[in-house]
Design a protein around this ligand. Structure first.
Ligand code: HEC
Length: 126
């Protein structure tokens, strides 16, 4: 390869790398909720069922069939990933927005995107 062609190739590679990182930035922001703020959302809207420790033993759990999920187990039913793997943030977002019909899991359509992102980040710490 001539020196000029090599320079061109290097420049092209640099452009491709920056295009990749630019493309990834909004995605990262989408995934990056704030778990501390998420805990506040959780304590307001989720704790009565999913429990103060995220163990599914909230006050209302006794009257709930199926039981609210114990998030500490890391075993989820509504996931696009393989059984036993953690769901994606998009999976969690769908459940939180739409609820689970036929269970006590209500839809939280009124939560903002940021609140959902934050509460998902909090769930991921459990
Ligand atoms: C009134 C009770 C109740 C409240 C409030 C509640 N949940 Fe749930 N949630 C449930 C129940 C019950 C299930 C399990 C349904 C099932 O097993 O099919 C569930 C399941 C879930 C799941 C699905 C887990 C899986 O297996 O894929 C997620 C995620 C979830 N809840 C998140 C939340 C979040 C976040 C909040 C607060 C914003 C919340 N829930 C508030 C009762 C509740």
């Amino acid at each position: 390869m001539s020196a000029r062609r090599r320079d061109a190739a290097t420049a092209l590679a640099a452009v491709m790398v920056s295009a990749l990182t630019l493309g990834a930035a909004p995605l990262a922001a989408q995934a990056g909720g704030n778990p501390a703020r998420g805990r506040q959302v959780y304590e307001r809207y989720c704790v009565q069922c999913h429990g103060a420790r995220g163990d599914g033993a909230g006050e209302v759990a006794r009257w709930s069939q199926p039981k609210p999920r114990d998030f500490r187990q890391g075993v989820y039913k509504f996931s696009s990933t393989r059984y036993g793997s953690l769901p994606t943030p998009a999976d969690l977002d769908r459940v939180i927005q739409d609820g689970l019909y036929g269970t006590r899991m209500p839809p939280f359509a009124a939560l903002s995107t940021r609140e959902r992102r934050d509460v998902i980040a909090f769930l991921q710490t459990l």
